[in-house]
Ligand binder design. Sequence first.
Ligand code: PEP
Ligand code: MG
Length: 805
Amino acid sequence: MERALTEAVRSRRPGVQQRRHGRGLLLLEAIGTLIGESGDLRATLDRIVALVAERLDMEVCSIYRFVPEANRLTMVATHGLDPGSVDNVSMGIDEGLTGFALEKGEPVMAIDALAHPRYKYFPETGEERYHSFLGVPIVDRREPLGVLVVQTSRRRRFSRDEVRLMKAVAVPIGGLLVQLRLLESLESKEEERRGYHQRMLDAIKRLQVYERQQGSADVPTAVTAVRVNGIPAAPGFGIGRAHLLVPDVSFSSIAERRPQAPRKELSRFQAAIARSVEEVERLKERVQASCPEIDATLFDAQRLMLTDESFRARVEAEISAGASAERALERVVTAMVAEFSQLEDPYLRARAVDVKDIGQRALRNLLGVAERDRSFASAVVLVARELTLSDIVLIEPEQLKGIVMGAGGSTSHASILAKSLEIPTVVGVERIDEIHEGTHLIVDGNAGVVYVRPGAEVVREYGRLKDEYAAFNRELDSLRTQPAVTRDGCRVMLSANIGLLGDLPLALRHGADRVGLYRTEFAFLSHRDFLNEAEQVTLYERVVHAAEGLPLTVRTLDLGADKYPPYFNVPLEANPFLGWRSIRVSLELASVFKTQLRAILRTTPSGTLRIMLPMISSLEELRRSRELLEEAKDELRREGHGFDEGVQLGMMVEVPSAVELADRFIDEVDFFSIGTNDLIQYLLAVDRNNRKVASLYEPLHPAVLRAIASVVRVATASGKPVSLCGEMAADPVCTLVLIGLGLRDLSMSAFFIPVIKRLIRSVEIDIAERVASDVLELATVKEVKRHIFEVMRELGVIDLMETYH
Ligand code: PEP
Ligand code: MG
């Protein structure tokens, strides 16, 4: 089998390699052409950074040159950062990640540069929104010349191929930097030209040598280590030996035997069904205990299939016609799988997996084979083409270090369970057959990559990442129990946004004061129908329990736009974010909405809950929602269900009309929460999910700041609480302004709580208030940012951010 993998890799290799080299060579050729055509070094460098960014699909590409006299690096060209930084941004070689690349003489990569110990913040560049960083030193015969850097806003790893290509691109750039140096030092134009050509010739020669070396170096590493891509489904890094999930029994391997009398075969079949039903019941209990977001009624569906009259009748007819129980079962299950697979409805089509699952289970029980013991001597990474929930729950979570799946999407049931159990998972892995039992694997659930038999280099890199995570967690621990309070004693509540039960441990670990936003629609995305009241009560009670006493703001369903459950049939809309979404859906599906309100109300006695309505754009919507809430309360009173009579009802302010009418709304709600994710997109007419316009999506836009200021003013004047729960709450660059505008409750992904807490604990509220009132006077994003950075620099909090982690 090992040999088969090696062969498979070898046979696939040339195609991949050719494509990769093809792309690399085209880029290098284009750079060569630019250099050849240009007489202006500066312009050439500008064109090169634009070309590299475009061809490698990076948002930023910059070149820094090393000035030996000053022992500093200075930016000489950039695509993506503020052009004003060229020749102005400079750093010592012991500063920042760029300096680190030069200092090390090796490429430096950071998935989240802001979290890297060597990160240094250069506000002038506008680089704060770029997370991932790759810096490659530009070196000529051991002499450092500079650093070539690419950055992306998406947190991602850079592949080995990308690093190699960058190294190759750095070679001709090295020639240009040498030229630049020459240009500045040599007086004679004639000498410049001669030197330039000579350096170019040298650079091209070096490039050829480099290419040859790279070409030959590829082969041995590729044969031993394989990197396969998939879709990230549950975050984290997992390392362990592959355990291939093969069924305990299979129809194809049953030996032919002469059937006993039909009566006997029938009773064997019935006994097997009875045992299977018991097993399914036990599984249901296990899943309910470990992950309430999973629709445990899936197991009811399996039980129903097993006990279904027509299923039995079909098997019994086969037996009566002379087949053994095993063959009869095989024929019926095969036919049913084929029938399900042809159904139009994708959800029902996917249920073919359940039919296979019950077929396997019944067969195993027919053959009297016990369920295989799923305990392992060491940590395993579960590998399978398709995984059912039963496959995952049968393994002890401590032994399960990762999951690799051929099929499946990131919202499949198996993925949701994996997320909840915090098991790093990659799904949709194409070359799953190349993984063999016992093979050493690294599962990178953040990037969606699996390393099969990783080389020492990859193991070292992942070891480093794990250590960094551990160090980061230690750092967090020291902050966890401390409040977010400014130096002059102003307390700010830092709350967590959650979607799944599995988000709560992180919220607690990061010291959240509250749950400021519980996005209830997430659980609905993984079910096969709207959750009924009892299921919702169970779920919300578990959330309350897991929140360990933290007050919870439960947001009612926010479906539509980019969140469609599989059972939600809506025609394709031209503008889904302006379409049938959120509260509009809830008000139209009033019985679904009321069921949710009843379930939340019924949970109120077990915790401190308040209810929040999403996307309210008119008083009519608010009033109709309140009517439904009152109806739900009346019903519960009549039915004798207890609930918190004083439960608060609030609304999200995330539509411009709600900002404009805030003074009207505030009289009819108990609290506001500003949802900047949507508010920014609606206010600035910038799609929040469209990469093409991402640079226009700007939280510090003066219009956004004015809108926030006016909502806070209205709420504060009426003495009602107001919080902010968009991603902006997690951006340290916005913190001073937000607390300065009067916000005392910021809700964010729990991961960011510590950094915001640190910042708040190092500033004074009057300074934040002054910054807020200053920026409200400014007209452009650039001015706003410049002002904030200046103040942060003066306060020394930029340095604090640099040294954080
Ligand atoms: C928002 O719009 O700011 C918000 C918090 O809600 P969501 O991101 O779920 O739309
Ligand atoms: Mg929203």
